[in-house]
Write a protein that binds this ligand. Structure first.
Ligand SMILES: [Zn+2]
Length: 430
């Protein structure tokens, strides 16, 4: 909605709602460029309170002072009139008309005018249920009349609490995910996992963000030079305060012992690291730790996205067993392709995949990770149709098996292959 807006911080609303009086003064801060006003101080007739927006560093909390106004309690009829005027972009055309409708003495608005905030407690219990009559309404009062101004009240809670009724927020808040590889796919996956409400997210990556990463990474240029795990930690902390973040500057292959320790209190692993070594290590370590793992990557120079779910079940093969099953049926093993490190932009392998395609794979990998923990927690509406998903990003010729996707956006779910005899990863531990 175009037009001026007044923000009422939650603590300000709380003081007004609990006020023993029916009128008082208010002060503002203003951001004229945004046509925006925030109520920065309320006086309830007895005492005054500073009011700030969350978070404390919100720029409006330090904006220029924007003068003084007043607030008063009014009958709900005035807010019905406010609603009708706002809807029609109309205004009260004389100062006296407005003056007669409010139960306080209004001073001459002079040439500059002032804001009146009206509070209609009955709007919350109004019989006019078909129209959204506001509890708080704003009026810009001048000698020419009074113009309705929209007031938005900051709710007590924002974020995941808003969707608690529709999304298993509490179950996901208990989940710890270890994300291995915070590159272009992993960065997008990290953001998605936090968005789904994963309670604890461990970010593991030994590399730094460099300029050549920027074309595809979710992190902006200001993080160049930092460790990707640390940068992602900082990036997500602002947007997802409900997710506890940990940064680990570790390589899953080189620091396998340390990762084994982390797995002890990790619920699920998501591996978005490229390179055969990292993926095989994740497959082995998570299997031996009896933890499910999800592996996300792109194949065929960015032509196909692939997400494999590895569950430590007796009839589910590990990564190697499942790749071997493909080879046994005459499908080429796509794994060595990953060794070429598509993301490094070396002479051998130019950077072919576009950032948003990698982010799409990261988002899907996060979705599959979350679905896996939700299914395990008894949310059977999150069951997946198979154990491996391939998705076409750009059609590639010459690929077979689950990889012969002829169309962009084509998806294919394939079932799991069982463990091979003698596999040291799949062998049941004693
Ligand atoms: Zn195996």
């Amino acid at each position: 909605m175009i037009g001026p807006l007044i923000l009422l911080p939650h603590e300000g609303a709380r003081h007004l709602l609990a006020s023993p009086g029916t009128r008082g003064t208010i002060r503002f801060r203003r951001a004229p460029r945004d046509n925006l006003t925030v109520i920065s101080f309320v006086h309830n007739g007895t005492s005054g309170f500073q009011t700030n927006l969350r978070p404390r560093r919100h720029p409006l909390n330090n904006a220029d002072p924007g003068g003084e106004g007043l607030w008063c309690t009014v009958p709900v009829d005035l807010h019905l009139a406010w609603y009708e005027m706002a809807r029609r972009h109309a205004a009260m055309t004389t100062f006296d008309a407005f003056k007669d409708m409010v139960p306080v003495a209004l001073k001459d608005p002079g040439n500059t005018g002032y804001i009146v905030l009206t509070y209609a407690p009955d709007a919350a219990v109004t019989p006019y249920t078909e129209v959204p009559i506001p509890v708080f309404a704003g009026w810009f009062v001048t000698r020419r009349g009074a113009e309705p101004v929209r007031v938005e009240t900051e709710p007590e809670t924002v974020g995941l609490d808003q969707i608690r009724r529709y999304w298993p927020v509490d179950d996901l808040a208990k989940v710890t995910t270890l994300l291995i590889g915070v590159g272009s796919i992993g960065g997008a996956a990290a953001r998605a996992l936090a968005g789904y409400g994963i309670g604890r997210l461990r970010l593991l990556d030994p590399d730094r963000l460099m300029w050549h990463n920027l074309v595809r990474h979710v992190l902006p240029e200001q993080y160049v030079g930092q460790y990707k795990a640390d940068a992602m930690h900082a990036f997500l902390a602002d947007c997802y305060p409900h997710t506890a973040l940990e940064a680990h500057r570790l390589d899953v292959v080189e620091h396998a012992d340390h990762v084994r320790g982390l797995l002890a209190d990790t619920d699920i692993v998501l591996c978005c690291a490229d390179g055969v070594g990292a993926r095989r290590t994740v497959s082995h370590l998570s299997r031996r730790a009896h933890r499910p793992a999800v592996l996300g990557c792109v194949l065929a120079d960015g032509g196909i996205g692939e997400i494999i779910r590895l569950r430590p079940w007796l009839d589910h093969g590990c990564l190697l067993c499942r790749r071997q099953a493909l080879i046994d049926t005459g499908v080429l093993d796509p794994e060595p392709e990953l060794e070429a490190a598509y993301g490094t932009g070396t002479l051998h392998r130019p950077m072919t995949a576009v950032g948003s395609d990698l982010a799409l794979v990261g988002d899907l990998a996060a979705k599959i990770t979350v679905a896996t923990v939700l299914e395990a927690a008894g949310h059977f509406e999150h069951r997946l149709p198979g154990e491996t998903l391939t998705v076409g990003l750009q059609a590639r010729r010459g690929w077979t098996g689950p990889f012969d996707l002829g169309f962009t956006g084509q998806t294919r779910w394939t079932p799991v292959a069982p463990p091979k005899l003698g596999c040291s990863t799949c062998a049941p531990s004693g």
